[in-house]
Design a protein around this ligand. Sequence first.
Ligand code: MAN
Length: 491
Amino acid sequence: MGPSIVCLSILAALASSEAVRGVPKSKLPLYVSKDGSFRCLDGSQTIPFERVNDDYCDCQDGSDEPGTSACPNGTFFCQNAGHIPAYLPTSRVNDGVCEEACCDGSDEWLGLKKCPNVCKEQAKAHAAAEAEKESVRASGWKVKEQWIKKAHKIRLEIEDELQRLEVKLSALRVNLKDKESAIEKLQLEGGGIDQGSQSQGPNDIEMAILKYKGAINVLQDRVDEQRRRIDNLQNIMTNLAGSYNPNFQDMAVKGAVTAFNELAALSEPKISDSDLAELLQMNLDMKPAVCPNPSTASPGSSLWSTIKGRLAEMGVLQSAQSGGSEGASTPGESKQLSDAKSTADGIREEIVKHEGLIESVKSTLSTPLGPHDVYRAVDGDCFSSLISDYTYEVCLLRTLHQKSATGGDTIVGRFDRVDAETGSLYYSHGAKCWNGPERSGRVDVECGAVNELLSVREAQKCEYVFRIKSPLGCSAPKRMEAANQQGRDEL
Ligand code: MAN
């Protein structure tokens, strides 16, 4: 074939490919007639080229009918010159509806409906919306940059605090070791027994009984208070159980009534008033004769142990066996020894407290809180909106609330984690739903110049999705991204 003939056939091919309606420029080379044939884009079959866009579906993938509605699965390309090109399902071609996505009106090429080209107007509106978005993004980003700095500062402060706690813990441990050696020495030297203190034993016991009596009285008050509350609740539920309409299919109410009836059938708690009264009487019967000689009494058989045992049974003390802390003073030991023991106990308590603090600080530091730790800066920031019947409140990294007009405040969830990919915040272990799960919530974050709660929906019963706007959701503005990219390219 001579060069002029090649040129002519390319031109002919181009001419035919240009005529293929509904195909973007980038795919036109696939719609060039090859020896008068067209190969379906999925390669499933080859058909005569004139059957492309003949309003009859030949190819399984619909690729032979990009410009008609003949195939159920085809796609139509709108050029939308001057605006953003778009694809439509071919079922919408010539359906008599001007598609918004196809602003050039090319989808209604048969003219069943006159669709003017509105790409210019759409492009203008789009540009304005984009500019607005960009300006919000810029303001939000400015705030977010401040928050990133703040988060960094907070992290440094927490790290300092951790260091301080660790130094303090080491010092406490050294201190305890010293105290323990001193106690050991005292015990070896004189058995640590102070003969002169023997007569103080019964007084000590009486004092201790008074102390426990005080504790029992306080507990008794609390028990009374709880009983009053339970009585109130019981009245409410008894009324509900007696007056609700079982024909009205409210599963929550039905469930609550059944649960209440089951609960009401359970036996009373173990501690009775007579148990407490007996304990409160205890010291009245105590005469010096019945008090054990503190220097000879074995801890397991003394009145001391009896009282401790009863208190442990009632849950006031941890366990009758534990007998308090290791270093608790034994009646009759020297003041020096008992002082040393109580100091050591104090140090041990401090050590436990510091170990707990260190654990919690470490876990705070290792919790992922978004890129650059930025969520740390807004810990505890709260904002709310009235949505339908409730005022919902978001407290970042803390809690979600659902508040009713009558003053009820239901915890929807307690902060759990930030999702590293989406930036959404997850909250769980909220107030339990009647006959349902504990409430929980997800907070989806969009870019905004300030924190604002946009909407809340209960996606499933007691599972809530909050949508917020916040600088947390903003990325760097485009001009900044472009400058950064240029910087990277130049490197
Ligand atoms: C309350 C609200 C609702 C929730 C029901 C569940 O009415 O917390 O959002 O669905 O309880 O019983």
